[in-house]
Design a protein around this ligand. Structure first.
Ligand code: GDP
Ligand code: IMO
Ligand code: MG
Length: 499
């Protein structure tokens, strides 16, 4: 099939991730922006995302600005109303793009996007600092705390940056409400976090106030200035989207992944937005029923996770999780030598796959935890997003003699109720129940398939791909009930086969 056939008659296409993020959304948004889209919209998340786009020897990582921004073709790039926006991070990213020679003239920011403020980043980091074993391993970007303000009815919007009187009133109220919580923390810790030079949004400790924790005056001074600088991009994007939906070609850029969704993910180890297709559509200002094609991105036949939380197929299990959450890339390079994708020790095999796939966080540079493809989770995600998928990064497993794919779990935990049924020890599950209390007791049951040794880059069409590789793709489709529409075998736009 060609891209033209795949997108024929489609006006709105969405690219959510079906896993725990980092599956190549950046690559595919850029690909569709080059080939197809008129408008690209980010609908969820904030600067916790890290979307990498590679062409030739150039690599750009975007955290907030949609990955359609790199095109000479006129593509309107929208930060939608469902995003939580850190104004300083946004200005910084705009500057980085200008320095690299890209224009941001076509960037629109929803006046209704919610703000990430220093108090959110501070509280996110305070909570993680004292959480001990309950730690979530957030990106420390204030995402959860900014979203919390929405149902609490104290959130600020991008629009408030343009209206200093309203900004002052709302900031004061927000700080008063947050002050009660802030008082419960050690003031020395508050000061240390707010003075952290590595958090650029803290502007070198500018917001610290010894009595109140945070200074309203300093916030007013910086945030009104951000408003002045961002003003040219601020638009009623909801109105713009309503005018163009069904007419122009709209691409919805996912952030994070369905298994990190606050509604559908592996709760509580999730982010704070609904990053499934439903949240993505809503946050972009589009109705779910107006999306003509959902292509969920799936890393396979291995997968990754960053931060804490259950990961049944993780290579090296809890030892790997501990290692990844406690170390950095350089440390791992120093400590582990001679690892191989065929290593008999699963921890070392996982390290080798991480190196081959360059699986280190684009936002936090943490080693991403690595494990085998998990079909019970894929079946679950497909129930939410639909069956059409893009497979990315299989090239990483070239030369791996045996590919393990988890077809089912054996539940090994205590008997427990899940809705109307009682889950019993020893029960086999084909579709994941994503709650952490269940998932942490699931033992994967693997099927083993022979790997391939040929270079996938030599294929120009699906039938030219190695036989063992195609057998694995057929197995995934047959067992998980998904349709693989596109296969990606490298970070470049050209390293893509439409099925
Ligand atoms: P995102 O958050 O979903 O946009 O993904 P990230 O950018 O965090 O991580 C995906 C990484 O894999 C990036 O470095 C991409 O350049 C790279 N990548 C994307 N697709 C492929 C692929 O098919 N093969 C390989 N080897 N790398 C890929
Ligand atoms: P992209 O868009 C992978 C994870 C964090 C943590 C949890 C909560 O690049 O795929 P948060 O800071 O959001 O409160 O952290 O969510 N997380 C991601 N993991 N890719 C991402 O984004 C992520 N964004 C958040 O590691 O486990
Ligand atoms: Mg990423």
């Amino acid at each position: 099939m060609t891209l033209e056939t795949l997108v024929e008659g489609k006006k709105t296409i969405a690219l959510p991730c079906a896993q725990w993020g980092d599956t190549g959304k950046g690559k595919f948004v850029d690909f569709f922006a080059e080939e197809w889209a008129d408008i690209v919209i980010r609908g969820t998340g904030g600067a916790n995302a890290g979307h990498t786009i590679r062409f030739g020897d150039k690599e750009i990582v975007l955290h907030l600005i949609p990955s359609g921004i790199l095109h000479d073709r006129t593509v309107t790039n929208i930060i939608g109303n469902g995003v939580v926006l850190d104004p300083w991070e946004t200005l910084h990213e705009i500057q980085r793009l200008h320095d690299a020679g890209y224009s941001t003239d076509n960037l629109m920011i929803s006046h209704n996007a919610k703000l990430v403020l220093p108090q959110h980043i501070l509280l996110d980091r305070l909570e993680e600092a004292v959480a001990g074993k309950e730690k979530l391993g957030t990106t420390g970007r204030g995402i959860g705390k900014a979203y919390e303000d929405v149902p609490a009815r104290i959130a600020l919007t991008v629009n408030d940056l343009l209206n200093p009187d309203i900004l002052h009133k709302k900031l004061k109220r927000n700080l008063e409400r947050r002050a009660r919580v802030l008082q419960t923390y050690d003031p020395a810790l508050v000061k240390a976090i707010l003075s952290d030079p590595e958090v650029s949004s803290f502007r070198n400790g500018s917001f610290f106030n010894a009595e109140a924790g945070l200074s309203l005056d300093a916030l007013m001074a910086f945030y009104t200035e951000y408003g002045v600088q961002l003003k040219e991009h601020v638009r009623d994007t909801q109105k713009y989207v309503r005018e163009h939906v069904g007419r122009k070609k709209i691409l919805l850029e996912g952030a994070q992944g369905t298994l990190l969704s606050v509604d559908y993910g592996t709760i509580p180890f999730v982010t704070s937005s609904d990053c499934s297709i439903e949240g993505l559509a809503k946050g972009a200002g589009v109705n779910r029923s107006e999306v003509d094609l959902v292509l969920s991105i799936v890393k396979a036949p291995y997968m990754t996770r960053v931060g804490e939380g259950p990961f049944p197929t993780e290579l090296g299990g809890t030892e790997s999780a501990k290692h990844c959450n406690a170390s950095r890339r350089e440390q791992e390079q120093r400590e582990y030598h001679g690892v191989s994708v065929n290593d008999a020790d699963p921890l070392r095999q996982g390290i080798a796959i991480r190196r081959e796939g360059n699986e280190f966080g684009a936002t936090t540079s943490r080693p991403r935890r690595v494990g085998w493809l998990d079909l019970p989770l894929l079946r679950y995600a497909a129930q939410i997003n639909g069956p059409d998928i893009i497979v990315t990064k299989p090239d990483v497993l070239r030369g791996c003699n045996t590919i393990n794919i988890c077809d089912a779990y054996r539940y090994d935990g205590p008997n427990m109720y899940v809705g109307e049924t009682e889950l019993k020890k020893g029960q086999v599950l084909f579709t994941a129940i994503p709650a952490a209390e269940v998932l942490q007791h699931c033992t994967p049951l693997y099927d083993q398939l022979p790997g391939w040794h040929e270079d996938l880059r030599e294929a120009r069409a699906y039938h030219e791909l190695p036989r063992n590789f195609r057998a694995i793709m057929n197995y995934i489709e047959g067992r998980a009930g998904v349709h693989i529409r596109i296969i990606s075998f490298g970070p470049e736009r050209t390293q893509t086969i439409i099925r």
